[in-house]
Write a protein that binds this ligand. Structure first.
Ligand code: ADP
Ligand code: MG
Length: 591
C-alpha cells in the first residue's frame, strides 16, 4: 500500500466522531503548569541531572592524562584509581538523575491521568454517544500507556543525553578549539539525516495512532456485537473488516520501523566523518607539537562519547514524537470545554413542578422518536409512563433527566427552563435510575455513598433499609462487605436495590425510574416495586412502568404511542375509557 493510499485509509474517519487534539504549544503549557506545581522535585531533578552529565566528562579527561603519563614514562597508578573513582561517581549520579527525573515525570503523569479521567467522567452523554468508543478507549488506554512508558524509560534518557551532549561539546571546546571545529564536520551529516527523517516521522506516528485506534474500534464493535453478528451470520464481513484494519495498522508499524533503520545508517555516516576529522586534525597538531597525544586522545574520546547520547536523542525522536502525539491527544481531552459547573444542592424537601413542553426528538437523522410531547407533573406527584417497546419511553425519561437534549421543546422546573437553571441544571435536580446499574468495586457502603460522599454509615444503612435490602444483614461484613469486581457478586435485583438506595441518599427533588423493576423474576420484581415506591415517596416522579401494577399505584398514567402522548388519566379513568390502556390492562391481567 502506498503512503498516500494509507493516509486516505486512515483519515476517512469523520472528524466529529473523534475527540479533539491539542496543539503542541498547548500541551507544553499544560506540562509546564504541572512542573510548576512540583517546584522542589523539579529543582532536585535539574541539579542532579547536570551533575551526572558533568561527571561523565571525568573519565576521558583522566584517560588523556594517563596516555601522556605513559608517553612520558611516568607512573599511572594514581590515574587508574581516579578512573575507577570517576566511573563509580558517574554511575551513581546517572542512577540518581534517572530516579529524580522519573519521579518528577511520574507525578506529572499522575496529574495528567487524573485530569483525563476526571474530564472523561464528566463528558456529557451526548458527546459520549457521538464519539467513537475506540477513540476514547485508545486515549485512556494506549495513549496513557505510551506517555507513561516514555516518562519512565524515555524521558530520563533524553534529558540525560541532551545534557551530556551539551557539556561534552563545551568540554571539547575548552580542550582545543581546533579539535572541536574538526568534530563539527559531523554536523552536516546529522542535519541531513534529520532533514530526511523529521518530515517523514511526524505523519507516520500520527497515522500509527489513528490506525491503532481504528483497529481497536473495529475489534471492539465486533466483540460487543458478537451475538448479533452471529445471529445474522455476518461474521465473515466483520472478520474481514478487523483483518483489513489490522493490516493497515501492521503496514503503518512496518513503515515506522523502516524509517527507523534508514535513519540509523545516515547517522553512522555522519559520526564516521566527524571522528575521522578529529583524528586527522589531531595527527597534524601532535606532529606540529601544538597538542599532546593525551589531549588528542581526550578529544577523540569526548567526541566518541557524543555518539551514544546523540543516538539516544535522534532515535528517541520517534519515542518523543510518538509520546508527543499521544500527549496532545490526552491534553485535547483535558481541554475539552467543561460544561461542568459547581453542582448545586437544592434545599431539602424541595419538590418542583415539572413541565415537558413540546418535546420532539430524533437520534441523528433517524426517524422522529418523540413528537409534540406535553406533560406536567405536579410537585410530589407520581406519573407512570406506559407504552409498547420502542414507544419512546426511555428517550423521554432521558430528556427529563437531562441526559438527552431534545431536538425541540424544553423541560421546565417550577416554570424555569432547564437551560436557565443554576449549577448543572437538570442533572442537579433529577436523578435517573436506569436498568444498567454498575456496581463499583469497593465496599457496599462506598457504593451507595457515591450518591452523597459525605453520608455516614447510619445514613447508608437507613437508605438500604428503606429500599428493603434485607439481604445486606446476611452479608459476612454487612455494609463493609466488598462488592463489585473481585468482591461478592450482586444479583441484578440487588444491584437495582443498590441504585434505589443511592437515589434515597442523593435525595433528589425529581426522580425518574426507567426499567427499575424489569430485571427481576416475579417475586423479586414485587420487592423491587416496593423498593421503588418507597424510594420515590413524596418526590416528583416519572416511572416508566413495565409492570402495570406500577401504573395502578401511580397518581396518573400517561400512555405513549409512537412518540406521542395518546391517553392520560388515572388508572381507573383509563380502564373505564376503554382505550389503548384498557386493552393493555386486560392483556396484563389475562397474562
Ligand atoms: P422505549 O423505551 O419505549 O422502548 P426508546 O426511547 O428506548 O423506547 O426508543 C424509541 C426509539 O428510538 C426506538 O425506535 C429506538 O430504536 C430508538 N432509539 C433509542 N435510543 C437510540 C439511540 N441511542 N440511537 C438511535 N436510536 C435510538
Ligand atoms: Mg426503554
Amino acid at each position: 500500500m502506498t503512503p498516500e493510499a494509507l493516509r486516505e485509509e486512515v483519515t476517512a474517519v469523520p472528524a466529529e466522531a473523534l475527540l479533539p487534539t491539542a496543539t503542541g504549544r498547548r500541551a507544553a503549557q499544560v506540562v509546564g503548569r504541572y512542573v510548576r506545581q512540583r517546584p522542589g522535585v523539579a529543582v532536585v531533578a535539574g541539579v542532579v541531572s547536570v551533575a551526572s552529565a558533568a561527571a561523565g566528562l571525568l573519565a576521558p579527561a583522566v584517560l588523556g592524562r594517563l596516555v601522556d603519563a605513559v608517553a612520558d614514562g611516568g607512573s599511572i597508578g594514581g590515574y587508574l584509581a581516579a578512573l575507577v573513582g570517576a566511573a563509580v561517581l558517574a554511575a551513581v549520579l546517572v542512577g540518581l538523575a534517572a530516579l529524580a527525573i522519573s519521579r518528577l515525570g511520574e507525578s506529572l503523569l499522575a496529574r495528567l491521568r487524573e485530569d483525563v479521567v476526571a474530564r472523561v467522567l464528566h463528558l456529557h452523554s451526548a458527546t459520549l454517544d457521538r464519539v467513537r468508543r475506540g477513540d476514547l478507549l485508545s486515549r485512556v488506554g494506549d495513549d496513557v500507556a505510551r506517555v507513561s512508558q516514555s516518562v519512565t524509560t524515555g524521558l530520563p534518557e533524553v534529558i540525560g543525553a541532551g545534557l551530556a551532549v551539551l557539556l561534552t561539546v563545551l568540554g571539547l571546546g575548552v580542550l582545543d578549539w581546533r579539535l572541536a571545529l574538526a568534530g563539527l564536520l559531523a554536523v552536516p551529516g546529522y542535519v541531513l539525516a534529520l532533514r530526511w527523517y523529521l518530515p517523514r516521522s511526524g505523519p507516520v506516528y500520527a497515522r500509527e495512532r489513528v490506525a491503532v485506534a481504528e483497529r481497536a474500534d473495529a475489534l471492539l464493535g465486533a466483540v460487543q456485537g458478537a451475538e448479533t453478528i452471529r445471529a445474522y451470520a455476518r461474521s465473515g464481513p466483520h472478520t474481514a473488516e478487523v483483518a483489513r484494519r489490522s493490516a493497515v495498522a501492521r503496514d503503518v508499524g512496518v513503515g515506522v520501523f523502516r524509517l527507523y533503520t534508514d535513519l540509523g545508517w545516515r547517522m553512522n555516516a555522519a559520526e564516521y566523518a566527524g571522528l575521522a576529522a578529529v583524528l586527522g586534525v589531531g595527527f597534524v597538531l601532535v606532529r606540529g607539537e601544538v597538542a599532546s597525544v593525551g589531549e588528542v586522545t581526550t578529544a577523540a574520546l569526548l567526541f566518541h562519547r557524543l555518539f551514544a547520547p546523540l543516538g539516544t536523542l535522534l532515535f528517541s525522536f520517534d519515542e518523543v514524537q510518538a509520546a508527543g502525539a499521544a500527549l496532545v491527544r490526552l491534553v485535547g481531552v483535558v481541554d475539552l470545554p467543561d460544561p461542568e459547573v459547581v453542582p448545586q444542592r437544592p434545599p431539602a424537601g424541595y419538590r418542583p413542578a415539572v413541565e415537558l413542553r413540546g418535546i420532539g426528538h430524533r437520534y441523528g437523522d433517524g426517524p422522529a422518536v418523540l413528537a409534540d410531547v406535553d406533560l406536567r407533573i405536579a410537585p410530589g406527584e407520581r406519573v407512570a409512563l406506559v407504552g409498547a417497546s420502542g414507544a419512546g419511553k426511555t428517550t423521554l425519561a432521558a430528556v427529563l433527566a437531562g441526559a438527552v437534549d431534545p431536538a425541540v421543546g424544553e423541560v421546565l422546573l417550577d416554570g424555569v427552563p432547564a437551560a436557565a437553571l443554576p449549577g448543572r441544571g437538570l442533572r442537579d435536580l433529577v436523578a435517573l435510575v436506569s436498568q444498567e446499574v454498575h456496581v463499583f468495586a469497593g465496599t457496599l457502603a462506598d457504593d451507595v455513598r457515591l450518591a452523597r460522599p459525605g453520608a455516614s454509615d447510619d445514613e447508608v444503612r437507613a437508605a438500604l433499609e428503606l429500599v428493603g435490602a434485607r439481604w445486606v444483614a446476611a452479608l459476612p461484613e454487612g455494609i463493609a462487605t466488598q462488592v463489585g469486581e473481585g468482591g461478592t457478586a450482586l444479583t441484578p435485583a440487588r444491584a437495582q436495590q443498590l441504585a434505589l438506595a443511592r437515589l434515597v441518599l442523593a435525595d433528589p427533588p425529581v426522580a425518574v425510574l426507567d426499567e427499575a423493576t424489569a430485571e427481576a423474576g416475579s417475586s423479586g420484581a414485587r420487592d423491587l416495586e416496593e423498593a421503588a415506591f418507597a424510594a420515590t415517596a413524596r418526590r416528583t416522579t416519572l416511572v416508566v412502568a413495565h409492570r402495570l401494577t406500577q401504573a395502578v399505584r401511580a397518581d396518573r398514567v400517561v400512555v405513549l404511542h409512537e412518540g406521542r402522548v395518546v391517553e392520560e388519566g388515572t388508572h381507573t379513568e383509563l380502564v373505564a375509557a376503554g382505550g389503548r390502556y384498557a386493552t393493555l390492562w386486560a392483556a396484563w391481567q389475562g397474562r
